[in-house]
Design a binder for this molecule. Sequence first.
Ligand code: AKB
Length: 307
Amino acid sequence: MRVLVTGAGGQIGQALIPALLARGDEVLATDIKPLPYPSHTALLDVTDNSALYRIFQEWQPEEVYHLAAFLSARSEEQPQKGWELNFTSNWLVFEACLYFRVRRVFWASSIAAFGPHTPRQHTPQYTIMDPIGLYGIAKLSSERLSEYFATRYGLDVRSIRFPGVIGPGHLPQGGTTDFAVHMFYAALQRGTYTCYLKPETRLPMLYIDDAVQAILRLMGTPTERISIRSAYNIQGLSFSPQELAAQIQAYLPHFTCLYEPDFRQRLAESWPESLEDSLAREDWGWEAQYDLPTLCKAMWEALHQTV
Ligand code: AKB
């Protein structure tokens, strides 16, 4: 299968590319910055429509994984850029997929599409969605666009509402859930971390291997089984900064975590604590493999080799 990945240098892209190659796909990895992969890479600004069409024309992808994004905190700093990257680029990619008859397209939605009036525990698939951040506004708008392209034009488009994603090897930048990865690195390198969220702020999270498996499983499911064309809820695990700090202290007893909440607190408080994901389970067999202890074990094993 010929596959195109955008935002390939990001946290999910860096883990997805090896998985796609391992299943025998021919992958063109694109990003706005040069990529470290040995072959089939291209520079691409996904908001540049002519550049996008050139890439589709040359590569003729059968599947597209559109991962380029500006995360929540960064989108607050540059709202217009956040809108272009998190909404307009979806429009351009969906249109290009129709034009070049792409078989299937994946894009990444987020729990940021929910808002302060959304029920926070076991958040249902269908509920009140009133995001307060620009990132969430763009993701919710993209969900509506995604369903529109599927029902009006028959585009086989699929998506997941990602929670915070945690994995080794890539320090996420510009998000609200980044603390979860940064805390591991800081614990090993300095023995202390200052968290920008309050200690008790619980958020849904996912280990990177589960995130990659979710994408592959969703994309490998026959069309007739897909009942959601906006984006699926999935639940992995949920924890707060203080719960993660306690797990880290079990490995590094001298680790200390300080708390200095900033503007990201308001975003985090408007997001769910956990999600109800029965439709993802029924439609494509979603099931997370990692809980907090297994996630921490996997992170330590990986980080001890690199840090
Ligand atoms: C962020 O924190 O902005 C992202 C997300 C939840 O989509 N990790």
